[in-house]
Design a protein around this ligand. Structure first.
Ligand code: C5P
Length: 320
């Protein structure tokens, strides 16, 4: 709803989380090339910030983690998000300056690009007082990337379809993670294609192919309700992990190092190459991060707890 009394803000800043997948079950590709998924998304407290300001012409700047590898033109998902909102809200001619401050690494399996798109949708909705609901924004976001709706929602949620159909999950407690970032990114499309290829090879060799319809792990959902990371850790599961490991075999060493230092669970996050290690508490996550750094098995390590909230407006400056 457009407020009659409220002045449009001069700038809006939105904070948006990264995600890890606690379960990622991938089916056989659909006719449109996408893979049907059942996934348990979990937002973690590693945030990008997107600020939008009114402008004559749309522009985009990026600072922080991996900034140099992020496109600054219309191909950036955040730019596409602003254009999609202009279109959906009938705001022809509206332009915006988009400033992205990145802490989520790029092409890392943490949905950083989707996070920036989600943040831009929410920020522009506020800046232009468009009045779209969270559901409208999620629908618009799903057209931009499979993980955009979850970046708006946050918390812990089950995703189906391409990952865009979400149901909040009943999860207790908080979870502490050490995240090991890789030296090189991985292309999501390439990881899915490699997953298909590996499965075809297995099927040709007489092994049973994976299930066409992925299923939610009930043991994982029960463990999440208990709030006990020691129960959750062994149930973390990612169907894309073999593909990520075949594209970057050095990730095996990273996973092994985390396990050897007592991680309750060790998994490639989404399409990788980030490896996520579940710790028993915040102090253990710190110890794990130190050990992984010392082992020299990754580019950098961050600690993050979850579940984190989805995209949220943190600054909304009024003109003085
Ligand atoms: O939706 P998004 O842009 O994040 O997807 C990037 C690529 O990952 C797609 O182009 C597709 O190749 C692959 N993908 C897939 N099945 C999904 C999600 C993504 O095959 N459920």
């Amino acid at each position: 709803m457009i407020s009659a009394t409220r002045q449009a803000p001069a700038a809006v800043t939105v904070r948006v989380p990264a995600k890890v997948n606690l379960q990622l079950a991938v089916g056989s590709p659909r006719a449109d090339g996408y893979h049907p998924l059942v996934t348990v998304f979990h937002a973690v407290a590693l945030f990008d910030e997107v600020t939008v300001l009114p402008a004559e012409k749309t522009s985009l700047s990026v600072h922080g983690e991996d900034a140099a590898s992020v496109p600054r033109d219309r191909s950036n998902l955040a730019w596409k998000a602003a254009s999609a909102l202009v279109q959906a809200a009938g705001l022809r001619g509206s332009a915006v300056e988009i400033r992205i401050r990145k802490r989520i690494p790029v092409a890392a399996g943490l949905a950083g690009g989707s996070a920036d798109a989600a943040a831009t949708l929410l920020a522009c909705n506020e800046l232009w007082q468009t009045g779209l609901s969270q559901r409208d924004l999620a629908e618009l976001g799903a057209g931009l990337g499979s993980d955009v709706p979850f970046a708006l929602l946050g918390g812990t949620a089950v995703g189906r379809g391409r990952g865009e159909h979400l149901t909040p999950a009943l999860a207790a407690g908080s979870y502490h993670w050490a995240l090991a970032f890789g030296h090189e990114g991985l292309s999501t499309a390439q990881v899915y294609a490699t997953c298909d290829r590996l499965r075809a090879v297995r099927a040709a060799a007489g092994d049973r192919p994976g299930p066409a319809e992925p299923e939610l792990s009930n043991p994982l959902m029960t463990a999440l309700r208990s709030g006990d990371p020691a129960r959750v850790g062994p149930l973390l599961f990612n169907d894309l992990q073999p593909a990520a490991l075949s594209l970057q075999p050095e990730l095996r060493r990273t996973l092994t190092a985390g396990r050897e230092h007592g991680a309750l669970g060790a998994i490639v996050s989404g399409s990788g190459p980030t490896c996520a290690f579940l710790a028993s508490d915040a102090a253990h996550a710190r110890d794990l991060a130190v050990a992984l750094t010392g082992a020299g098995v990754c580019r950098a390590v961050a600690r993050a707890s979850g579940p984190a909230p989805g995209a949220v407006v943190v600054r909304d400056r009024q003109p003085s």
